[in-house]
Ligand binder design. Structure first.
Ligand code: PBG
Length: 329
């Protein structure tokens, strides 16, 4: 019988030792909370496939933003849900300064000012009658370059409303460069761009489609990436950095941790990951059945995303996880 000379268990013996050698520790300030605001709503409305997440009224959004800031989150990402009657072929309500998202940006800035980072989703899908992320050609394809013109206007509208950071998420070629240039020309050199650089055509977005009442028929495979492709993500990231992205994001998160790691090794700008609606819903559903320890799974998944290389994470648990992290200290 030989006994080991080297015993890694020594450093696991007490909670204090484990805390001392912990390599990855998530902080509330690196969590970003996505928030949904719906036009014309009088009461906040639950989203059945995202238990605990609400469609907010303009009023309840302000309160949710305030509470999240108090919890210590690092940022807020706003999504607008227009009434069906406000949707059209080109998604013009996304550009209209009085459209629900631009109005909500002004509300939230009035509430929280510079105390957190206010970000807005820069995409047409919530605003188009057909639910695609861009403008369509006569034969129904998504027209890349016409869509870019709309993104440029939408980015400027969001900056005028006060957004600190805009998040182009439509995966059109050239979107970062076009938005950057439009912001600069309009005098918004200080508004930053969070590029959804490697965004996959993922079935994990299912519950989000309920949250924004998506009208999409079909799928987004002609613009979002194929789940099997990792090298292609690096190409997308390189292009976005060259076009002026301040931060690059990988989305979804947990099923794509290899991509998060590869992107981290490739670029020096901050890397973000988006723990999407389906990732959240799976955990909530399993926890509701008593099959997993919900709070531990939340923190473990956020730790894993950070360990893979994401410096910040968008998560529907941001405010709650901020509280959990503080309790753990
Ligand atoms: C597009 C957008 C989507 C999500 C964020 N921005 C939906 C899509 O690409 O179909 C999904 C986020 C989630 O599932 O949590 N505006």
């Amino acid at each position: 019988m030989t006994y080991p000379d080297i015993r890694p268990r020594r450093l696991r013996r007490t909670a204090a030792l484990r805390r001392l050698v912990e390599e990855t520790r998530v902080a509330p300030a690196e969590l970003i909370l996505p928030l949904f605001v719906k036009q014309g709503l009088t009461e906040p409305r639950p989203i059945s496939s995202l238990p605990g997440v609400l469609q907010h009224t303009r009023e309840s959004l302000r309160k949710a933003a305030h509470d999240a800031v108090r919890a210590g989150v690092g940022g807020l990402m706003l999504f607008g849900v227009p009434e069906q009657s406000a949707k059209d072929e080109t998604g013009s309500a996304g550009i209209d300064p009085d459209g629900i998202l631009n109005a909500a940006i002004r509300d939230v800035i009035a509430e929280v000012g510079d105390s957190t980072v206010v970000m807005s989703d820069l995409c047409l899908d919530e605003f188009t009658s057909h639910g695609h992320c861009g403008v369509l050609t006569a034969d129904g394809a998504v027209d890349n370059d016409r869509t870019l013109e709309s993104y440029a206007q939408m980015g400027v509208a969001q900056a005028e409303a006060g957004a600190h950071m805009v998040g182009p998420s439509g995966m059109m070629d050239g979107q970062i460069g076009v938005v950057r240039e439009a912001l600069d020309r309009a005098g918004h050199q200080d508004v930053s761009v969070l590029a959804y650089a490697a965004k996959y055509a993922s079935a994990f977005y299912g519950p989000f489609r309920e949250a924004v009442e998506s009208t999409l028929q079909g799928d987004r495979r002609t613009y979002q990436q194929d789940p099997g492709n990792a090298r292609e993500a690096l190409r997308e990231v390189d292009l976005d950095v060259a076009e002026g992205a301040d931060i690059v994001m990988v989305k979804p998160a947990l099923p794509y941790l290899d991509v998060v790691r590869a992107v981290r090794e490739r670029v020096d700008v901050p890397v973000a990951a988006y723990q999407v609606s389906g990732e959240y819903a799976m955990v909530e559903a399993a926890a509701a059945n008593g099959w997993i320890d919900r709070d531990r799974v939340i923190l473990e998944s956020l730790t894993s995303i950070k360990r893979a290389g994401a410096q910040m994470t968008l998560t529907y648990w941001a405010a709650e996880a901020a509280h959990l992290l503080r309790e753990r200290l």
